[in-house]
Design a protein around this ligand. Sequence first.
Ligand code: SF4
Ligand code: SF4
Ligand code: SF4
Length: 188
Amino acid sequence: MSLGKSGGGGMRIEHSGIHRMAWEFNCMVGKNMHKRKEGKHHLGVLLGSPEETCGSCVWSRLRGPGPKVLRCTAAANVRVEAGWQACIGWEGSLDCLSCAACCGPAYDVVEVSMRDPVRQKQPGWVIQVDGRYQMKRRKDNHCQALGTGNKCQIYKDRPICCRDFEMSGVNCIFARRRLGLSKPWRIS
Ligand code: SF4
Ligand code: SF4
Ligand code: SF4
């Protein structure tokens, strides 16, 4: 994902999956995680269901840097423990076919690189804007290749950035939050 200013003065957000969003609260998480307050999750946000834990949350993943440990994508990959009671951002599963945030207006541009095979395989879906290639957009600001039932009409040939897009990764949570599909996560 890369950020740049749009002509309209707002943020133009590109869906590339290459760059990573720098979460503004990243540092705050680090400062708060060791000071657990009553009624709050270890990371400083409100607690969620007592029946659920970080370990059962779709945003927790085993990953590095270094030896793989459980980290929360929704909290800028901060380390969590599987047994911690869930926070309000807990989600049990994701369903791309009922989401499509990353193919829709969560991003303003789906980039197509010069070397992306989609340019040769599916040239009808690609346009050039200001010298750069991107997927065509519908009037409602979805990728034009997004079809019925939120299925990609060029799935086998889709752009590299779509192939690289990681479900339950940082760009996924960003897209879902931008469309209000996942709860915002704020240190309080
Ligand atoms: S979103 Fe909340 S419940 Fe899920 S892993 Fe992160 S801190 Fe735990
Ligand atoms: S934003 Fe995440 S859950 Fe939604 S369609 Fe994209 S990868 Fe799937
Ligand atoms: S090319 Fe397919 S996967 Fe990529 S944004 Fe468009 S509809 Fe989604």
